[in-house]
Write a protein that binds this ligand. Structure first.
Ligand SMILES: *Cc1c(COP(=O)(O)O)cnc(C)c1O
Length: 378
């Protein structure tokens, strides 16, 4: 509990209003209890065993195949992985994918961070950064001087999602998409992208520390070319080293085995329920519950004005006349956690993950809990 817990109004939400699971954070996000139980069952044969031996390599293979099926990757696309999560992968892209200059669509904390990362890399030219105010999204600007278009499928800090379309020129530019909070929750056409990357502690309901990327044949060619160009690339974040190891169902250095196991559980759960179309529809159902509820309340309004840009997986709701952080603090006391706005956004807002692992009925219950709290705060 925070330092101000004593000033949090003492409101108890009746048990029959509470969701079955109180985790609504955007990452680390709810891990399904079934997946954790499966891990506990397998643990004696899996945890604490060598990542160079068949048991773990089989699980890494299951993750690579499962992601490939989930994302419905075209022939020739490969799934690669390594340690460090998305933030480290941005460095890997600066070293191993961007040839000279990238273009970044910047419209929130995460997309801005990658743009800064490319700006700080002394071997690259200053990136072209196309910005849009938080809560909206920019369009790519075609520029023949760029060799990578850096897009973000879903801005987790603001709850804005994007359509993924390959800019027509230059023809050999690659499209790299940060899909950390989108992969496995939002439908897209993989032929529009060359590198679709994410970490598994969000939509994939696993834990942090790993990056996973689907790469096109053109991206593989670029990775191989840059790796032999003479540019110094640290082995720990080298995409060609990751490619080589991933093809053997391994990582360059030791990964977190539980993270891989839990990610496989989630990927296979989604695939067995109907795959990405099923997950997308489920996220749409959950997010619609919140957007509809907000539009029916005087004190609440969706932050994102353009309805087509409203995220299916991260819902941001502005409050007026009610202090959102107080509401979140009361919810937290009642076991409903991580509904706070993104810390640096600085808005009177709640932010709710509607990832596939989260039950739509629990999202419905959450709205009843918020109503209960707001009525008592008035
Ligand atoms: C969470 C997130 C990141 C950072 O992921 P880490 O694994 O913590 O490095 C990057 N981009 C987006 C869109 C995110 O949601």
């Amino acid at each position: 509990m925070g330092e101000n817990s004593s000033s949090v109004p003492d409101i108890t939400i009746p048990k029959d209003l509470l969701p079955s699971d109180g985790r609504f954070g955007c990452g680390p996000s709810k891990v399904r209890p079934e997946a954790v139980r499966a891990l506990a069952e397998e643990a004696p044969h899996y945890m604490g065993t060598s990542h160079r031996q068949a048991t773990v390599r089989f699980t890494v293979g299951a993750l690579r195949n499962g992601v490939s099926e989930l994302l419905r990757l075209p022939d020739g696309y490969e799934v690669i992985l390594g340690n460090g999560g998305t933030t480290v992968f941005w460095d890997a892209l600066c070293f191993g994918l961007i040839e000279r200059r990238s273009e970044h669509l910047s419209f929130g904390e995460f997309s801005a961070k990658f743009a800064q990362c490319a700006k700080d890399a002394p071997w690259l030219e200053d990136p072209l950064v196309v910005e849009a105010p938080y809560g909206s999204r920019p369009e790519p600007v075609e520029d023949d001087g760029v060799d990578v278009y850096a897009l973000c499928h879903n801005e987790t800090s603001t709850g804005v999602m994007c359509e993924l379309r390959r800019p027509p020129s230059p023809a050999d530019a690659l499209v790299a998409v940060d899909a950390t909070s989108a992969a496995g929750g939002i439908l897209f056409d993989p032929s529009e992208v060359d590198v679709y990357y994410f970490a598994p502690q969000k939509v994939l309901a696993s834990d942090g520390g790993l990056w996973i990327a689907a790469v096109s044949p053109a991206a593989v060619e670029r990775i191989e070319r840059i790796s032999t160009s003479g540019r110094h690339i640290p082995a720990s974040i080298s995409l060609s080293v990751a490619l080589e190891n991933s093809r053997k169902d391994q990582t360059y250095n030791t990964p977190a085995l539980a993270t891989i196991f839990l990610a496989v559980q989630q990927v296979e759960w989604i695939n067995s329920n109907g795959g990405l179309p099923w997950a997308d529809a489920r996220c749409e159902t959950s997010s619609s519950i919140l957007y509809r509820w907000a539009s029916q309340r005087d004190f609440a309004r969706p932050f994102v004005k353009d309805e087509s840009a409203r995220s299916k997986v991260v819902v941001t709701i502005d409050f007026e006349g009610v202090d959102a952080s107080t509401v979140s603090a009361v919810l937290r006391r009642n076991g409903i956690v991580d509904t706070e706005a993104y810390r640096k956004l600085g808005r009177n807002q709640i932010r709710i993950a509607t990832f596939p692992a989260i039950e739509p009925a629990d999202v419905e219950a959450l709205t009843a809990c918020i109503d209960h709290v707001v009525e008592r705060l008035a």
